[in-house]
Design a binder for this molecule. Structure first.
Ligand code: ADP
Length: 180
């Protein structure tokens, strides 16, 4: 992973509810149906309203690691990028690759739409059971690599709902800063 101070300075870690963020896009840790569910998915659909569900019905779902973009409807964010992360089994079932694809493809949708800010939840670390420390590394490395390789430096917000994930992300970013 190639990272500079300039790149790391684009990364912001905060604790809270992702549905309240005024950014170009928030990312939804959806399921493959894209028709809503529990956790962050349910919170996003409740806050966005019926229009989001209607648009999602036209998308024919998504495979784990894919990402599809919709409008933000009643959310303060302009767009929602929906991506199902992997369900964690044993760590040897391609989970890391699939989780990386979720972050990579979300960044790709942002770039295609010329977005300048994006907020991510900790994909797969809820009901899908991905170990939080490992998931954090994949989340941060994949996004930094994308920004570096694509020369696309935008504002990244990692919005952590639980204090455990928040502490993990804070510490990891501190670690990366110390390596510079
Ligand atoms: P997954 O099925 O991908 O594991 P979950 O929604 O169960 O998705 O959990 C993903 C992460 O989203 C968890 O860390 C959970 O704490 C977090 N989360 C739940 N609600 C919100 C919210 N409103 N904003 C941001 N993160 C949230």
């Amino acid at each position: 992973m190639a990272f500079s101070k300039e790149l790391l300075d684009h990364i912001h870690v905060m604790q809270g509810d992702i549905t309240t963020l005024e950014v170009d896009a928030i990312v939804n840790a959806s399921n493959t149906s894209l028709l809503g569910g529990g956790g962050v998915d349910g919170a996003i659909h409740r806050a966005a309203g019926e229009g989001l569900l209607e648009e999602c019905k036209t998308l024919n779902g998504a495979r784990p690691g894919e990402a599809k973009i919709t409008g933000g409807y009643n959310l303060p964010a302009k767009y929602v990028i929906h991506t199902p992360g992997p369900v964690y089994k044993n760590g040897n079932s391609g989970e890391e690759k699939t989780l990386g694809n979720s972050y990579y493809n979300a960044m790709m949708r942002a770039k295609e739409n010329n977005l300048s800010s994006i907020a991510f939840p900790a994909i797969s670390t809820g009901v899908y059971g991905y170990p939080k420390e490992d998931a954090c590394r994949v989340a941060v490395k994949t996004v930094i690599d994308f920004m570096d390789k694509e020369e696309y430096h935008i504002d990244i917000y990692y919005v952590l709902f639980d204090s455990e994930n928040y502490t993990i992300y804070k510490n990891y970013i501190k670690e990366l800063n110390n390596e510079l």
